[in-house]
Design a protein around this ligand. Structure first.
Ligand code: ZN
Length: 301
């Protein structure tokens, strides 16, 4: 399993799913065939599957060991969860927890679960089914989430006209955490665990947060879904169809990429296909990818 080091902090990727996801033309509201075609020479086949027109998508968590704390960033889709109309997330049965154990961590050892936002593919393993009830998968963890996002999705879950899979997501993966008094709500910027800074990154959802990691002068940024596919680095104005506020999401993406370039931070999103993380270079008002190939081959810095 791939291991990365950011200073003294160890980061591993825990995979839930990897494969073709949504068609590119349906996924990006700003999709333009000619603009996309100009990027295809590097996108295919790793990040885009030309024969199906689909984007290659990973769904994973980042497991972070600081020496003192064990932190899980985003918890994928979960098992046995009804997600009507969303086959990729519906009634899954994946060996996600086995992969976590293979990485050397038992669920009981997780100290913090960081929910960058409360979408279906980021909160699923917050809970697991036990005797017909949804219980916290990580019994000793505090689950950190944005107050704004929580209140938004709690309201969505109560509205009679809401999309059923979104109602289920809140009710089976977030509400049981709140009821078990394991939720930690945040607003604004916060320092955490001696190496993280939580920062607002709204737009994809109303209260999305990003996590900036620093250890011994090395940096990484976990942006949640501020972007989904590497094509959104050069084409940073392109949103996803799941972005709530397109203008705000674009602004947040621009800030994020600027910060990565300026700080030399490794960008570690939730859905990039291998090698899953990338450095960013700025050229005027444009951004370019600088793949973290050395780390991908296991030669950690
Ligand atoms: Zn996502």
């Amino acid at each position: 399993m791939q291991d990365r080091h950011i200073g003294d902090v160890r980061v591993m990727r825990i995979e839930e799913q990897m494969g073709p996801g949504f068609p590119a033309k349906d996924f990006f509201p700003e999709f333009d065939a000619d603009t996309f075609a100009a990027e295809q020479h590097w996108l295919a086949p790793g990040y885009y599957q030309p024969e199906s027109g689909k984007l290659m998508t990973s769904i994973h968590s980042w497991l972070v060991r600081t020496g003192k704390y064990t932190v899980l960033i985003d918890s994928c889709s979960g098992n046995h969860k009804p997600r009507p109309g969303m086959p990729r997330f519906d009634m899954l049965n994946t060996p996600y927890l086995d992969r976590l154990r293979e990485a050397g961590v038992q669920p009981e050892e997780i100290d913090f679960v960081m929910c960058t936002h409360l979408h279906v593919d980021h909160v699923g393993w917050n809970t697991r089914l036990e005797n017909g009830k949804w219980v916290p998968t990580f019994p000793n963890a505090r689950y950190v989430m944005s107050r704004t996002d929580h209140d938004h999705w709690a309201a969505v879950a109560k509205r009679p006209d809401s999309v059923p899979y979104e109602v289920n997501t809140y009710n089976d993966s977030v509400l049981p955490i709140v009821e078990a008094r394991k939720a930690e709500f945040v607003a604004g910027e916060h320092a955490m665990c001696g190496c993280f800074k939580i920062k607002p990154a709204p737009g994809h959802t109303p209260g999305q947060i990003r996590l900036d990691l620093e250890s011994r002068g090395k940096r990484a940024i976990f942006p949640g879904d501020a972007l989904h596919n590497p094509v959104q680095v050069p084409l940073w104005k392109w949103n996803s169809r799941f972005c709530d506020d397109l203008d705000l999401a674009r602004k947040t993406r621009n800030t994020l990429l600027g910060d990565c370039a300026e700080q030399g931070a490794l960008l570690m999103p939730a859905h990039f296909a291998p090698p899953h993380a990338v450095y960013v270079k700025a050229k005027g008002d444009r951004f370019a990818l600088d793949w973290d190939f050395d780390n991908a081959r296991g030669r950690v810095s």
